[in-house]
Design a binder for this molecule. Structure first.
Ligand code: IPD
Length: 271
């Protein structure tokens, strides 16, 4: 089998498993919105939460991958794990847990297949809208089967930029200083609360760029591939010290250089 076919098969598995997990999450949300209580615990801070639904969805993903891809490794937001030889699946069972908890409809199941730390296939599925974002390295990115391609804004001042904030207060203060510097240089700034979907939004041209510090691998593994395969300039955490130690950056090529320079001028390295 050629390499491209193997990656397409991984994408098909990602879609199938992420869609099953999304179905579980959607049914749980329907029950929650109807008044059924959901068990919630905190993680790194009082505002960093995990629900029983996150855990159940991740378990479903692990169980299904064990059936469909025995021997592959799994790294997940809730149950941990580690990368290994061959394929490692990286899962965020509910990216946007805070939105989920508030009953807001924007959150997603994110699932990527990585080899040697590089995403080769992925799917981001939104339980409420049913939207399914996919990508295969070297082959492209799609939203519900429609090929995606980034925007081409003329200049940074006309660009819509997404961002997000960490759960730690001191880090947020530094992130706020960066955003305050960028605000006067761009059309506007958005904060959706779902990093994977921010990256997909860059792929679709719904955002012209996106920058956030402190993401975990499960937040970006699928979405960054979708953005890259749609033509975005992407920098992953750890890849460019000038952007700070752990920046995730994705932008349309027409403004990527200007956004990068503006971020550097606004002290991105200190974030
Ligand atoms: C969070 C979301 C949010 C981003 C945070 C992430 P979670 O993921 O992606 O948009 O700003 O940095 O931790 O906790 O909802 O899986």
């Amino acid at each position: 089998m050629d390499v491209g076919a193997a990656e397409t098969e991984l994408k098909d598995v990602a879609v199938q498993v992420a869609a099953e997990a999304a179905d579980l999450v959607r049914r749980a949300r329907d029950a929650m919105v109807a008044g059924e209580p959901v068990s919630v615990e905190t993680k790194t801070t009082d505002t960093d939460v995990v629900t029983a639904v996150d855990r159940a969805a991740e378990q479903l993903v692990r169980d299904r991958l064990a059936e469909l891809r025995p021997g592959d490794h799994v790294l997940g937001e809730e149950a941990g794990g580690a990368a290994g030889d061959g394929v490692t699946w990286v899962v965020d069972p509910i990216d946007g847990t805070v939105n989920f908890l508030y009953g807001a409809p924007l959150f997603a199941v994110s699932l990527a297949a990585q080899v040697d730390g590089v995403s080769v296939a992925g799917a981001v599925v939104e339980p409420v809208s049913g939207r399914c974002w996919t990508a295969v390295r070297g082959q492209g990115a799609w939203l519900d089967g429609r090929r995606l391609s980034v925007s081409s804004p003329e200049r940074l001042e006309l660009s819509l930029i997404g961002t997000g904030f960490a759960y730690q207060a001191e880090r947020r203060a530094r992130q706020a200083r960066l955003v305050s510097g960028l605000l006067t240089r761009v059309r506007d700034v958005r904060r959706a609360g779902v990093a994977s979907l921010d990256l997909c939004a860059v792929a679709a041209g719904w955002l012209d760029g996106y920058l956030e510090h402190g993401l975990h691998r499960w937040d970006w593994a699928a979405g960054a591939l979708v953005a890259e395969e749609a033509g975005a300039v992407v920098h992953l955490p750890g890849s460019d010290p000038a952007l700070g130690a752990d920046a995730t950056f994705a932008a349309a090529p027409s403004i990527a250089g200007a956004l990068y320079d503006a971020a550097v001028e606004c002290g991105v390295k200190e974030v």
